[in-house]
Design a protein around this ligand. Structure first.
Ligand SMILES: NC(=O)c1ccc[n+]([C@@H]2O[C@H](COP(=O)([O-])OP(=O)(O)OC[C@H]3O[C@@H](n4cnc5c(N)ncnc54)[C@H](OP(=O)(O)O)[C@@H]3O)[C@@H](O)[C@H]2O)c1
Length: 289
């Protein structure tokens, strides 16, 4: 590793952990920004199966790993090994970013901020809108909590209806908003797509390599919908292709990914990364696929 000119004695380490991890774009994005700012850090990716999570986190504490991103399947289970968790991440029930301050591990959720900023930057008006969220996993929780201010209603549809109902209950209890949980059948989606203003896909349906699938059949889409798919590989999913053809405004998951990464970067290093460079690097790689 010391043959790598970016790594010297004392170079600080940042990383992402997940299982599997080889497709993560985080190292490309962070290392490009670190290099441009000439910061003495390296960002690595570690494949950590669930049984190795506890020992890995203890190792990070001991070896002074400065910052950690957490991806599937550890965003919820890592919480039990942290020393402090910020209130939003606690409400969401998931942590995707950890900072190590002298052996004290602090967790927060930057996915929530990343998704909301991306929607606002894309010109989507959230105030008083009816938002349909597909999926009830970690990303759905982060996004629905982030958007739970001054909206008309959130409806969560999930393959496992029970989890949609649980998330909706959490949203109404903790955020005091109108929220309902439902199944994800065609019949349910048909009524909801007529009624909603914004639809957000947080399921992996349509993600590489099964790219021809879409969470909502094209015939159920309406041109008044703002369609947001947080998948970024492929850059334009089948769902977004169908929505564009119908005439909907659309947004993909790249900006959410950049925003969550940029907030983590700034928290770890106290420096603002070049988000244009980060995006270029990701598109360069995804474009080749
Ligand atoms: N752009 C970004 O920055 C960003 C950030 C985070 C995540 N993501 C993307 O968001 C997606 C979900 O991530 P996550 O962390 O929320 O995962 P997760 O916690 O595992 O949740 C996955 C959700 O999708 C549903 N689902 C999975 N496979 C399905 C299928 N075949 N049909 C219908 N529903 C299905 C699950 O339903 P059940 O409850 O029935 O299992 C669950 O609600 C992934 O594609 C991930 O890459 C993007």
């Amino acid at each position: 590793m010391l043959n790598n000119p970016q790594i010297k004695e004392g170079t600080k380490v940042l990383c992402v952990i997940g299982h599997p991890i080889e497709h993560s774009m985080s190292p490309v994005m962070h290392n490009a920004a670190l290099k441009e700012l000439a910061l003495d850090y390296i960002y690595l990716a570690f494949d950590v199966p669930p049984r190795a999570l506890e020992t890995t986190v203890l190792g990070f504490k001991k070896h002074d790993i400065k910052g950690i991103n957490i991806t599937i399947p550890h965003k919820e289970t890592i919480m039990q090994y942290l020393d402090q968790i910020d209130p939003l991440a606690k409400n969401i029930g998931a942590v995707n970013t950890v900072k190590n301050i002298n052996g004290i591990l602090i967790g927060r959720n930057t996915d929530a901020y990343g998704a909301k900023k991306a929607l606002i930057d894309a010109g989507c008006i959230i105030r008083d809108k009816k938002i349909l969220i597909l999926g009830a996993g970690g990303a759905a929780r982060a996004i629905s909590f982030a958007l739970s201010e001054n909206i008309a209603e959130i409806i969560v549809c999930n393959r496992t209806e029970r989890r949609a109902i649980e998330l909706a209950k959490d949203l109404s209890d903790k955020m005091n908003i109108a929220a309902t949980g439902k199944d994800m059948s065609k019949e349910t989606l048909k009524t909801l797509t007529n009624d909603a203003d914004i639809v957000i896909n947080t399921t992996p349906i349509g993600m590489y390599p099964v790219v021809k699938k879409s969470p909502i059949p094209k015939e159920l889409l309406n041109d008044h919908l703002f369609v947001y798919d947080i998948i970024y590989n492929p850059i334009k999913t089948q769902f977004l292709k169908d929505a564009t053809e119908i005439g909907c405004k659309t947004l993909n998951g790249i900006d959410m990914f950049i925003n969550q990464g940029a907030l983590a970067f700034e928290w770890w290093t106290d420096k603002k990364p070049n988000t244009i460079l980060m995006k270029e690097k990701i598109i360069e790689i995804l474009g080749k696929k």
